[in-house]
Design a protein around this ligand. Structure first.
Ligand SMILES: NC(=O)c1ccc[n+]([C@@H]2O[C@H](COP(=O)([O-])OP(=O)(O)OC[C@H]3O[C@@H](n4cnc5c(N)ncnc54)[C@H](O)[C@@H]3O)[C@@H](O)[C@H]2O)c1
Length: 451
């Protein structure tokens, strides 16, 4: 039961608040203040850092001259914001370890929730969210943008149509390059307590895709992983480590190809450098400094309820960024190659945030997408898919339409909308893998979280 009276807004005039006004929040604030403004009113910001909220308001004012600033609330005033602004939809884009708290409080206040991935970082928090969702009857949607990427939707269609018969196994390798991969070692993600490690923070996307593609759930997980490349020990041993804690103001960081320089990007300057006096959040830590408790190289073997197996590898220190997936079926094979970037430039100076952290907008690094169906006894058939339509292979813009646009009258045949159960199921493989890293033993998934 809700602890507060549900908000009174009609479905055509919803009132949304965003909690966690960092980099990712901009996708949602731009959408809510722009194409979806006639359906959903953006009525509140909430963050521990008031400067970051002010920056988001500046960006909205620049994009929509004359717009009144969105009321900004301190984190301790979250419940007050929901009441006072009569919020009925909360978008959660905070640091991962805090998602559960905002999701549960929003549900209990009578709101629906859109949360960024990972839905949360451990099994107890996932149980709390699922229990609150059941108890309140309100909706949790997990922002799995990769389901909406046209290449991934095409794979789902091909498998569901039986193009390669029954799936026996999946082979999935994901590479994060030296710029984007390193970024998880520069800030809060480097502490497993904040992010659950890359098995949770990053692989939640990939395990969700496999669950969705196979329409099945993981049952057994065995994994090996470690810190091979980043961190003080490995960096020191290979002579990569420089002597500084954070790059800004450190001469030793000037020629470090692994450093990010906040002044290289106006977005990084305003959102982080100019905001750090409030909370001491250093966005530019040395990837080879002590304190890294997450892995950078992870191998996972999963058995699904359908009988299919998955071999999965995540590498966070690759020369290029992208992924290869192969599905072995009883009538053939599907292969997907996505090169998001073909190499990594040491220091991409720019005025925007993306190429500094993520190389996809730098022309000569741009890669390609290839989707092949190889049915038995037939030549390979290439499936053309739309590319280059914004973030995450065009997934972001399609996901926003599904989250905030007109609800379609017919159900989505691809069933791309991910609820709390899908969010939890995407977590269990990574949580079980983390346990397997520690014990060296296979893990029965339902002993971690029965979902
Ligand atoms: N789906 C995707 O492709 C994708 C891409 C990037 C980020 N994300 C997700 O978005 C979320 C935010 O990531 P980001 O890169 O914007 O991080 P960020 O560090 O830029 O922003 C996090 C924000 O949360 C705020 N915050 C921290 N603790 C808080 C608390 N207790 N209460 C309220 N606010 C708090 C910080 O002040 C900051 O403004 C993460 O969960 C991340 O996994 C998803």
């Amino acid at each position: 039961m809700s602890q507060q009276a549900p908000c009174t807004a009609s479905p055509r005039n919803r009132r949304a608040a965003v909690v966690g006004l960092g980099a990712r929040a901009q996708l949602f604030t731009d959408a809510l203040a722009g194409p979806y403004a006639d359906r959903i009113e953006l009525v509140g910001f909430c963050d521990v850092n008031s400067h970051r909220m002010a920056v988001h308001n500046d960006w909205l004012a620049a994009a929509h001259p004359g717009r009144t600033p969105v009321p900004a609330y301190a984190a301790e005033d979250f419940d007050e914001m929901l009441r006072r602004e009569r919020v009925d939809l909360v978008v959660v884009t905070t640091v991962d370890r805090t998602h559960d708290d905002y999701i549960v409080r929003a549900l209990e206040a009578g709101c629906d929730v859109v949360t960024e991935k990972p839905m949360t970082t451990d099994a107890d928090k996932a149980r709390r969210i699922l229990e609150a969702q059941r108890r309140t009857g309100h909706e949790v949607r997990v922002a799995f943008n990769y389901r909406y990427n046209p290449a991934h939707s095409a794979v789902r269609e091909l498998i569901a149509a039986g193009e390669i018969g029954e799936i026996g196994s999946v082979h999935f390798e994901w590479l994060l390059d030296l710029r984007h991969g390193a970024d998880y070692f520069r800030r809060w993600h480097r502490d497993k307590a904040n992010s659950g490690g890359l098995m949770v923070h990053k692989s939640t996307h990939h395990f969700d895709l496999v669950n969705w593609w196979l329409d099945s759930r993981p049952e057994t997980v065995y994994a090996q992983g470690g810190l091979f490349f980043y961190g003080d020990e490995a960096g020191g041993r290979r002579g990569l480590a420089r002597n500084y804690a954070r790059a800004h103001g450190s001469p030793a960081a000037q020629d470090d190809p692994f450093a990010v320089h906040l002044t290289d990007s106006s977005v990084l300057t305003s959102l982080y450098l100019d905001a750090e006096h409030e909370d001491g959040y250093h966005r530019d830590q040395n990837v080879f400094a002590p304190g890294v408790t997450i892995e950078d190289d992870m191998a996972v073997l999963v058995r699904y309820a359908s009988g299919a197996t998955l071999t999965y590898h995540l590498t966070a220190y690759a020369p290029w960024e992208g992924y290869r997936i192969a599905f072995n079926g009883s009538e053939g094979r599907i292969e997907l190659l996505v090169e998001e970037s073909t190499w990594t430039r040491p220091r991409a100076r720019t005025n925007g945030s993306d190429p500094v952290l993520h190389g996809t907008e730098v022309g000569d690094e741009a890669g390609r997408t290839e989707l092949l169906v190889r049915r038995f006894w037939e030549p390979p058939r290439e499936i053309k898919v739309a590319t280059g339509e914004g973030g995450h292979g065009g997934g972001d813009v399609r996901m926003l339409a599904d989250l905030f646009g007109e609800r379609p009258t017919a159900p989505d045949p691809l069933r791309r909308a991910a609820d709390g159960v899908a969010g939890a199921r995407s977590l269990v493989t990574g949580l079980a893998a983390n346990r397997s890293f520690g014990t060296g033993m296979p893990v029965v998934v339902r002993e971690v979280l029965d979902v």
